[in-house]
Write a protein that binds this ligand. Structure first.
Ligand SMILES: Nc1ncnc2c1ncn2[C@@H]1O[C@H](COP(=O)(O)OP(=O)(O)OP(=O)(O)O)[C@@H](O)[C@H]1O
Length: 325
């Protein structure tokens, strides 16, 4: 039975800076959650407080209903995988993986067996006796994963785990992380500032901005129905438009082009960008607002537009999302 991680009005202050401002959230047990937001919004501070590497200024962290806010990291039921992997350079792969067991006084044969199981899990059995500097970035990351998982945590905390990898490896490793999470069935809580990474991985996305949670929910809900202009812009793919009855978000691929005297809004084309499957048509509408329509390439080339053309923009009313700010 997986335990639920819950944050209750968790606050982190560094002197006069409020890095995390009374955030509350239930994470679904056994789910893959991404904590997403721009640099400085408080994501890492939140993760470090859950791990116990940073003290909580106010509020509580509960795991399975027990308050773990003041327990040492190793007693919490959580494990952390760091951004730079933090492998010990003078220890072999197997010794790195077994390190936390050594600290607990587990004897060498058992450490070796358990480390072997974990290395099998991350598909690195063949490299058990290598040193960290003989590994690729992706392999080092798997060692770091095995080292975190050997403690059998209820919740694995990952701080920007893919940021040190090149783009190709990053996409491969994110698939592996997702697969591993499904196989293990434990909760993963992954900090990232990349919305594509969060969308690709997460069951649940928690968007933070300015030390608070702006919106949380299933990945598709957060993407399709952003509640604030910040979430719409940060998730990408949306236009934020000030209409007479308030600000709204609409996906760029839900905006259609129509005759210049029809549609919901009229404007002039400012730029055309061919993107392969789509053509991004930018238009300037009344009030100096820019709107982007992502038009499927076949549709666009049936009736191509040019910069300077007058056009109308239209959409289904059900695709508009009212924003609160
Ligand atoms: N040890 C510290 N002492 C003082 N201020 C800190 C400390 N750590 C973080 N902060 C501040 O707290 C705020 C939140 O930082 P945090 O690292 O949690 O953000 P983040 O969202 O993880 O950013 P990034 O993506 O850049 O890592 C920032 O304003 C940061 O400058």
């Amino acid at each position: 039975m997986q335990k639920e991680l819950e944050l209750v009005a968790v606050t982190k202050r560094y002197g006069a800076t409020v890095a995390v401002d009374a955030i509350s959230h239930h994470f679904r047990p056994g789910g893959y959650a991404c904590l997403l937001g721009p640099s400085g919004c408080g994501k890492s501070s939140t993760l470090r407080m859950i791990a116990g590497h940073e003290s909580v200024s106010d509020g509580s962290i509960l795991l399975g209903g027990s308050d773990i806010s003041h327990l040492p990291p190793a007693k919490r039921g959580t494990a952390m995988m760091f951004q730079n992997y933090a492998l010990f350079p003078h220890l072999s792969v197997a010794e790195n993986v077994g390190f936390s067991l050594k600290m607990k006084g587990v004897e060498v044969a058992e450490r070796r067996t358990k480390a072997g199981e974990m290395l099998e899990l991350v598909d690195l059995s063949a490299l058990a006796d290598r040193m960290p500097d003989q590994l690729s970035g992706g392999q080092q990351q798997r060692v770091a994963l095995a080292r975190a998982l050997i403690t059998r945590p209820q919740v694995l905390l990952l701080d920007e785990p893919l940021s040190a990898l090149d783009p190709f490896l990053r996409i491969r490793m994110r698939g592996e992380l997702r697969k591993l999470q499904r196989e293990l069935g434990i909760s993963f809580l992954h900090v990232t500032h990349g919305q594509d990474e969060a969308l690709a991985l997460a069951d649940e996305i928690v968007v933070m901005n300015n030390a608070v949670i702006e919106q949380a929910g299933p990945a598709r809900d957060v993407f399709n129905a952003p509640k604030t202009a910040f979430v719409a812009q940060f998730m990408g793919g949306h236009n934020v438009i000030a209409l007479p009855d308030g600000p709204f978000a609409i996906r760029a691929d839900d905006v259609r082009l129509t005759a210049s005297d029809a549609g919901e809004l009229q404007g002039r084309v400012t730029a055309i960008e061919y993107q392969g499957m789509h053509v991004a048509v930018s238009a300037r509408i009344a009030g100096d607002q820019d709107v982007v329509a992502m038009v499927p390439d076949n549709t666009f080339f049936e009736n191509p537009q040019n910069p300077g053309d007058a056009i109308g923009l239209t959409w289904d009313q059900s695709k508009l999302h009212r924003l609160t700010a």
